[in-house]
Design a protein around this ligand. Structure first.
Ligand code: 0A1
Ligand code: ZN
Length: 894
């Protein structure tokens, strides 16, 4: 496996030798070929450390170069070289105009990078390096240029022609063609270029900015989706207002467009003024989309909009800096959701995602710092680490600086670097300069991978009324760094008295305490900077219960030996919503571990009374936010449970968790039923926070109750689920009922329901994907055959990433099936990777990542996973899959 292994290193970064001041594109869409004429105004870059007269442009092997002109004269072949995908122009003067004419075939492009055809429309995806599939260019994020784009196409098939910026001109041509010219006044890198040509309908709105400018908001979709745009438009307006109010960021063009596209590798893309969205991440209505999808769409619309400043106005110098825009923008969209809905619930969701998926990445062969030091294929680093851990790192800066200085820092960052392509160091420098806080040690978060563990011990001295907290940190070795330097991190904490009230805190000024420890009334943020530190609190009048890592103030594993009593106390008394939930989770995990060992010894599992009392208290308390109650009583997922185990036995986790579900349902049947009935609102559909929370809670209760049906009951709760399904009130309730019913390992029950559901929704691609996902991700053994059969279903299309994700992605998430001990799940995924890699390497590589994480599985499974990886390594692979597979195989030898 030696192919495709060229590595790009951060340390090799050099400023570009040339600057492209303006880029004029003339794109003519034709049936067989699309012609792309690029007229570039180029000059040498005086800031280049390696001045050169050779202009090196990136392209792709699929481009047919027709002609190269300099200053209007056709260049002879001796003046340039075309080697593989690289076009080098020799002996360039100081300043010149370069024109290339190329032919491409977007209709054959199934990688969905560059210009491609999705259904009947042409669209683009240029991040990270897709622009080079359109024409030869300086395809790097620090090459900023002012773009003017002319598009022409047959008018009947492609009445809508869009690109970045503002429309300048449009008109009809001969032969039924028409054209449109767009100009974007903001210099941008090629990755933010976009164009669309299609037959789309438009939904309009307007937003008046804080300075009184009117911005037209337009969403373009296929006609049959026109009723699904309202939520995205409302979300967009809320986001625009929020960014003005919270970050002082105003929108800068007169037009903001969103286009929905069915075939898309990711969620959405922030192209300047012309965001392109995966249909599934923008279109919603209550009949076809669950509450969770509504929330996700709002978050993604906000995310892409926020990129206009964090990403577009200030962009990345190179792709190692990806977290500069992604970490910051995820942080901003999380803040937006927290401010708009429930902050505690949003924090719980974010932490769950981070601990389930990012911690797993950090512990596996693809572990990388949020600013990686090298890559083979940058697409592999659009990762939970760069995005979610990156957001946590920005959040820690916010916690260390406090609200006012953080805002001062972000103002300085945007002001200082507007129109530039910069680094994460520049971001940290702005935060540090604005606040006067030294963040030099903090920067280790950007260069060191791995999840630190905070080991905390404490001692109370009743004679001197002193409480000592000793905090140690350690981080496991990862491939890029064996010995980690200590991180600087904020530990938010409080001390609770016997009534659960926060005690006033006085920290003794001790030599071992470095930096400023922010005392915020009765809760404080400790600056953790050393491998081991002790903090002494004075005037502590009674033995306190520590409430540690409040709000999950740092992306670490907390190791503090809480007793069961302490956890029960925190679960009922802590005013920090996150810590309260965390205490419940710890208790549920401990109980599930007991259930797992009971199952392992084929003995009966008995749920402890105190846990029952705790869960009951949440279920019956009508004053609590129902969304929060749903979180409090939900069992940790199998994936998160796996994350907490030293050796992962997926079957035992599954049976142990199922035993817990049954035990909880048995002990709390009447409370669960009462709670279900209380929350089951059959009145008018509403999308208030309360109504959404009630649906979440009632469906959690229904899922528990249905665990009872498999044993002593005669389908009583199944009937409730069937009735809820039959009511067809909204997709949240319908989907939850169906999920519960098809999870019951009873094909006589599931088959007619699934057939009915498909019959009803076969015309809606989004719902069909949900239908695939429900079946392929069902949490019961023996799914593979059904999943393989679904690959032959008329509605399945291997070229559509959403369909692949709902079938193969869902199957991988069903751990007992993916990890079937006969290796059939691994072999199936291996087959799919090889098929997909022929045309869509990015999607193929995404599926290969879970195969690489074999380390903590049972020895038999490890061997089977490695066997698949070796099989893959013997094939001719894309560099995307090659990187994932080779890193995984290398990790087997460590
Ligand atoms: N910048 C986008 C994510 C994105 C990245 C790559 C893509 O295609 C290869 C598409 C989208 C975001 O963060 O939303
Ligand atoms: Zn993003």
């Amino acid at each position: 496996m030696t192919q495709n292994s060229q590595v790009t290193y951060l340390k090799d970064y050099q400023v570009p030798s040339f600057i492209i001041e303006t880029t004029d594109l003339d794109i003519r869409i034709g049936d067989e070929y699309t012609s792309v004429v690029a007229r570039l105004k180029v000059r040498r870059n005086s800031a280049s450390s390696e001045p050169s007269s050779e202009l090196v442009l990136q392209g792709s092997k699929d481009i047919k170069l027709q002609e190269v002109m300099m200053n209007g004269l056709i260049l002879d072949k001796s003046n340039y070289d075309l080697e593989g995908s690289v076009l080098s122009i020799h002996q360039c003067p100081e300043a010149f105009e370069l024109t290339t004419e190329c032919l491409i075939q977007p209709q054959l492009n199934a990688s969905l990078e560059g210009l491609y055809k999705s259904g009947g429309m042409y669209c683009t995806q240029c991040e990270a390096e897709g622009f080079r599939n359109i024409t030869y260019y300086l395809d790097r994020p620090d090459a900023l240029s002012v773009f003017t784009t002319r598009i022409s196409a047959p008018k009947v098939s492609y009445p809508i022609l869009l690109s970045n910026g503002n429309p300048v001109e449009q008109g009809d041509l001969d032969n039924g063609e028409h054209f449109a010219v767009w100009h974007d006044p903001f210099p941008k890198p090629a990755y933010l270029f976009a164009m669309v040509a299609g037959n789309l309908v438009r939904q309009d709105d307007v937003f008046t900015t804080v300075s009184g400018r009117k911005v037209d908001l337009q969403i373009f979709v296929e006609a049959h989706n026109s009723h699904k745009c309202d939520h995205a438009l409302e979300s967009l307006k809320r986001s625009m207002l929020w960014d003005e109010q919270v970050y002082g960021r105003e929108y800068d063009l007169d037009l903001f467009m969103i286009v929905a596209v069915d075939d898309f590798n990711m969620g959405a893309m922030e192209n300047k003024g012309l965001n392109i969205f995966n249909s599934d991440c923008v279109l919603a209505d209550p009949a076809t989309s669950s509450d969770a999808m509504f929330e996700r769409i709002e978050g993604i619309v906000a995310h892409e909009y926020f990129h206009n400043w964090s990403g577009n106005r200030v962009t990345c110098r190179d792709w190692f800096q990806l977290s500069l825009k992604e970490g910051f923008t995820v942080y901003r969209d999380s803040q937006y959701t927290a401010d708009t809905y429930s902050a505690a619930v949003k924090r719980i969701d974010d932490v769950t995602l981070l601990r389930t998926h990012q911690f797993a990445e950090d512990a596996g062969p693809m572990a990388h710092p949020i600013r990686p030091a090298s890559y083979i294929e940058i697409n592999n680093f659009y990762s939970v680490t760069v995005y979610e851990k990156g957001a946590e790192v920005v959040g820690m800066i916010h916690t260390l600086l406090g609200d006012a200085l953080f805002r001062k820092g972000s103002d300085l960052y945007f002001g200082r670097h507007d129109g530039q392509a910069v680094t994460t160091d520049d971001f940290v420098a702005a935060m540090s300069d604005a606040s006067g806080i030294d963040l030099s040690q903090f920067k280790h978060w950007y260069s060191q991978a791995g999840t630190p563990t905070l080991a905390i011990t404490d001692a109370y001295d009743a004679t001197n009324n002193e409480y000592r907290l000793t905090v140690g940190q350690s981080t496991p070795a990862t491939a890029e760094c064996q010995k980690k330097l200590p991180f600087h991190l904020p530990l938010r904490m409080a001390l609770l008295d016997t009534n659960g009230l926060e005690m006033p805190l006085t920290l003794r000024d001790d030599d071992s305490v470095q930096g400023d420890n922010l005392l915020l009334g009765n809760s404080c943020v400790l600056n953790i900077t050393q491998a081991q530190q002790t903090f002494v609190f004075e005037g502590v009048m009674e033995q306190p219960t520590p409430s540690l890592l409040r709000g999950f103030s740092a992306p670490v594993k907390l190791d503090y030996a809480y007793t069961q009593e302490q956890l029960l106390f925190l679960a009922s008394k802590d005013q920090d919503g996150f810590c309260r939930w965390e205490a419940c989770q710890r208790l549920l995990i401990e109980a599930t571990e007991l259930a797992m060992s009971a199952m392992n010894q084929s003995s009966h599992y008995q749920l402890g009374d105190s846990l029952v009392t705790m869960l009951r208290a949440s279920l019956v308390d009508e004053t609590l936010d129902p969304a929060m109650v749903a979180k409090l009583v939900q069992l940790p997922s199998e994936a998160y449970l796996a994350e907490t185990q030293t050796t992962v036995d997926v079957d035992l986790i599954h049976t142990g968790r199922e035993a817990m579900r049954l035990a909880i349902a048995t002990a709390l049947e009447s409370e669960l039923l009462a709670c279900y009935n209380r929350c089951h609102d059959i009145g008018l559909f509403s999308q208030t926070g309360k109504a959404i929370g009630q649906r979440a809670l009632k469906n959690t209760c229904l899922s528990y109750l249905n665990a009872l049906d498999s044993v002593q009951y005669q389908g009583q709760y199944q009937t409730i689920a069937r009735d809820q399904y039959a009511l067809q009130a909204n997709m949240t309730d319908v989907g939850a009922a169906l999920h519960i019913l098809i999870g019951q390992n009873n094909s006589e029950l599931a088959a007619p329901l699934l057939a009915e559901f498909y019959q009803r929704w076969q015309g809606d691609a989004q719902v069909v994907c949900q239908w695939f996902a429900m079946q392929c991700g069902a949490n019961r053994p023996g799914l593979l055959k059904q999943v393989q059969d679904l690959l032959d279903h008329d509605a399945f299309d291997i070229r559509n990433p959403n369909k692949v994700r709902s079938v193969v992605g869902s199957f991988i998430r069903s751990a007992i099936n993916f990890h079937a001990v006969d290796g059939s799940g691994y072999a199936f995924v291996g087959d799919m990777i090889l098929k997909l890699d022929n045309f869509n390497p990015m999607i193929a590589a995404g599926l290969a990542k879970p195969l690489g994480r074999f380390k903590r599985h049972t020895p038999q499974r490890q061997a089977l996973m490695q066997q698949q990886l070796r099989r893959l390594s013997e094939a001719q692979l894309s560099k995307d899959v090659f990187e994932v597979v080779s890193r995984a195989l290398d990790s087997a030898n460590v």
